[in-house]
Write a protein that binds this ligand. Structure first.
Ligand SMILES: Cc1cc2nc3c(=O)[nH]c(=O)nc-3n(C[C@H](O)[C@H](O)[C@H](O)COP(=O)(O)O)c2cc1C
Length: 222
């Protein structure tokens, strides 16, 4: 099993969120996975231009580091999203990456993968930030095993507790993948989206050719 952590804190090795991501990776590795980390704050990832070309071609045509990161993201079986809380949400770097994956969300390209999220915050917004990341993963087709977070990470006890949780979730993500664990509530959200969105894809069949082909192949049209 391949696991990738997407780190979106610009603080490098001083990042508390990175520490949680590394704990999750340690858990995953000890459970038998091959885990790697991409610090997307060190990558050149432009804003989405909303050109819709990925809907047509199945890939982004911008020339920057996005495609290389996206390829590794899509090749993973397990995904750890790791962003600090910035103004009660994810950092701009993670949001910018997420916006570039619109075709992934439309086609639920994370189907069959498992995911989890980690965050740290001075005081506010941790719950809603992991909820945001986990919602993105589920909406894009993955099953989410949980999240680990803490406020006041400079207090060692807080980081210790959150790191232990991240470690256990990393292990559990591997177990979930191995046993193909099902999450009926998450699957229902995904199915409801497909049942709705297939009409949008059909309406755009002449221009969204890659997405139309995907829905056809999956048998998602009604
Ligand atoms: C731009 C910016 C926005 C932030 N917004 C919040 C916030 O809304 N609430 C909060 O409690 N802390 C906020 N913080 C503090 C960080 O969430 C906190 O320091 C976090 O642990 C940093 O994680 P890192 O060490 O992984 O970068 C903010 C920090 C920055 C730089």
């Amino acid at each position: 099993m391949k696991v990738i952590a997407i780190l979106a804190s610009p603080r490098g090795n001083r990042s508390f969120t990175k520490t949680l991501a590394e704990s999750a990776m340690k858990g995953a590795t000890e459970a038998g996975a091959d885990a790697g980390l991409i610090d997307i704050t060190k990558k050149k990832i432009n804003y989405c231009k909303a050109c819709d070309t990925c809907y047509k071609l199945g890939r982004c045509v911008q020339k920057d580091d996005f495609n290389e990161v996206y390829e590794r993201f899509l090749a993973a079986d397990g995904i750890i999203l790791a962003s600090p809380v910035y103004f009660n949400s994810v950092s701009a770097q993670l949001k910018t990456f997420i916006d570039r994956t619109a075709d992934c969300r439309h086609c639920l390209l994370l189907e069959g993968k498992y995911g989890m999220s980690v965050t740290t915050t001075a005081s506010s917004g941790a719950e809603r930030t992991v909820d945001y990341m986990n919602e993105y993963l589920v909406n894009s087709g993955a099953f989410v095993v949980g999240s680990a977070h803490t406020a006041m990470p400079y207090m060692p006890k807080n980081m210790e507790t959150a790191s232990e949780k991240a470690y256990e979730l990393g292990k559990d993500m591997v177990e979930a993948y191995r046993t193909k664990r099902q999450y009926p509530e998450q699957a229902a959200v995904q199915k409801a989206f497909i049942d709705r969105f297939c009409y949008v894809v059909k309406a755009n069949k002449d221009t969204w050719t890659a997405e139309h082909d995907h829905y056809l192949k999956k048998g998602w049209f009604k």
